[in-house]
Write a protein that binds this ligand. Structure first.
Ligand code: A2P
Length: 285
């Protein structure tokens, strides 16, 4: 039986991470944040994902405090943005993020995008933040296999999570296998392809068969292939629906979803971001 609050992946550093989380990208209004976090918590979500880039850390911290639950009952993920990378800026910006969130640790701290010139010193700062207990676990986001292999040449400890864009139109099978072989849990951002995959007739057919929605089919596929998910929704009914995953896809259905890949991204290509420094152009002041 799938119970979101109790279902976790074992991380390679000994910690556990909930399989399901709530993504807060573009949630920038306090009332909506409060409503969404409350709906998510009541539906069984325990992981809440933010980033310095989202500019909503304070709002999320307040919304979590408004739940009135013990700190250890929730799992907070934060990410260090490109302009805050480098050793000292990573440390200082993380301290500021903790202040904004109103907590003295995050459960998981991620490098938001790989960038060439601050690559190793940022990770060194991450290792220090973990030693100081300010990040219980450390990981990366949007790293390719070659970037993980490069990191391994100098890292004292490797990331335990790689949060990447993946959904049926971008199934990332080779990277997910590589992550798994390296004991790195893959966490999917935009697991619904920002809503794009929900119109797929085959997914809709499976949804009708299971009396579930297309979103539930896609999220269940991820969990069955060993991937963690952080779907976003601003609608309480959908937030609840996305946590209601207590059914199983057959091997045939899993295979049908596996072959929908089109290498179609909704976000940046990490290899190009890394090579060309494109990420700075994406950053809005
Ligand atoms: P909304 O906020 O109106 O619910 P992703 O997490 O892949 O980025 O996808 C987010 C998009 O998917 C949002 O546009 C969200 O819209 C939509 N969405 C999330 N959950 C569902 C659902 N259960 N059914 C339909 N659309 C959904």
């Amino acid at each position: 039986m799938f119970e979101p609050a109790k279902t976790t992946y074992q991380l390679n550093d000994g910690n556990q991470m909930p399989v399901l989380g709530f993504g807060t990208y573009q949630l920038t209004k306090p009332a909506l944040m409060n409503q969404s976090i409350k709906a998510a918590y009541e539906s069984g979500y325990r992981l809440f994902d933010t980033a310095q880039y989202y500019r909503n850390e304070k709002m999320l911290g307040d919304a979590i405090r408004n739940l009135g639950v013990p700190r250890q009952d929730v799992f907070i993920v934060d990410k260090v943005t490109e302009m805050n990378q480098g050793h000292d800026l990573t440390i200082d910006s993380t301290n500021f993020s903790l202040q904004q969130l109103g907590t003295d640790y995050v459960d998981l701290l991620l490098v938001h995008w790989p960038i060439a010139d601050k690559f190793f010193e940022t990770w060194e700062a991450f290792e220090e933040l973990k030693k100081q207990g300010k990040a219980r676990s450390i990981g990366v986001s949007n790293f390719t296999r070659s970037q993980l292999e490069l990191l391994k040449t100098q890292a004292d400890e490797m990331p335990v999570v790689n949060q990447i864009e993946t959904h049926p139109y971008l199934n990332q099978a080779p990277l997910i296998k590589f992550d798994k072989d390296q004991s790195i849990v893959t966490q999917a951002w935009s697991p619904l392809g920002r809503g794009l995959v929900l119109d797929n007739p085959m997914i809709q057919k499976m949804a009708a068969h299971h009396e579930k929605s297309p979103a539930q089919i896609v999220l269940r596929w991820d969990i069955q292939r060993g991937v963690a998910v952080i779907p976003k929704s601003q609608m309480p009914a959908r937030i609840a629906q996305n946590a209601d995953l207590n059914f199983e896809l057959s091997d045939d259905e899993m295979s049908m979803l596996d072959v929908m890949n089109r290498n179609q991204r909704t976000g940046n290509e990490p290899e190009l971001v890394y090579e060309l420094g494109k990420q700075y152009k994406q950053f809005k002041k």
